[in-house]
Design a protein around this ligand. Sequence first.
Ligand SMILES: CC(C)(COP(=O)(O)OP(=O)(O)OC[C@H]1O[C@@H](n2cnc3c(N)ncnc32)[C@H](O)[C@@H]1OP(=O)(O)O)[C@@H](O)C(=O)NCCC(=O)NCCS
Length: 164
Amino acid sequence: MHRGFALRRAAQTDAMFLGDMLVEAANWRAGGVRPRHEVLTSAEHRRYLTGWKRSSDDGLIATGEDDVPVGAAWFRMLPQNDPGLGFVGVGVPELIIGVHPLWRARGVGRSLLRGVVELAGVHGHSRISLSVERDNFAHTLYRAEGFTVVAESPSRQTMVRATG
Ligand SMILES: CC(C)(COP(=O)(O)OP(=O)(O)OC[C@H]1O[C@@H](n2cnc3c(N)ncnc32)[C@H](O)[C@@H]1OP(=O)(O)O)[C@@H](O)C(=O)NCCC(=O)NCCS
């Protein structure tokens, strides 16, 4: 435990909390209010969680006092014929991250990010990718943690980092 939180491996039983964090990621913009059900059933987002935890899925949960989950980062391998927003190639997993609003700006996100990149390496992946909207400050965190932009659209950036 450091700075009031700890990291543990995400389990199959964490699906509900990962759903909460996926909703946070989708609603990152101040005032973002897409209802949980709408986010979790949207074609754009459901692919990041449906059927969790597949053998190629893995991730970390940050916990606060009494082991209550406060944040999560995980990766999933998506196929070329149904790619995610951050798809860069077959065999490169996509990263998803979210931290409970009350726990933000306390180092949880950076710790999760470092941990999940390492975990992807343990799975034998040499790279990991993500997609972030241009005006989400999270891209500065990703850049600081070694991610680089490999593709851009007017609204989003795809970023990649080597795991080693
Ligand atoms: C993005 C997110 C995961 C980062 O997690 P976090 O726990 O807040 O991040 P950290 O505390 O580790 O902070 C990382 C860096 O971002 C900075 N930061 C944190 N909150 C910030 C904010 N609101 N505005 C600007 N910078 C901020 C921190 O200052 C820190 O940089 P520093 O260490 O150089 O000061 C979290 O804010 C979140 O869940 N946001 C909503 C969902 C989201 O956008 N997910 C990503 C979608 S791609």
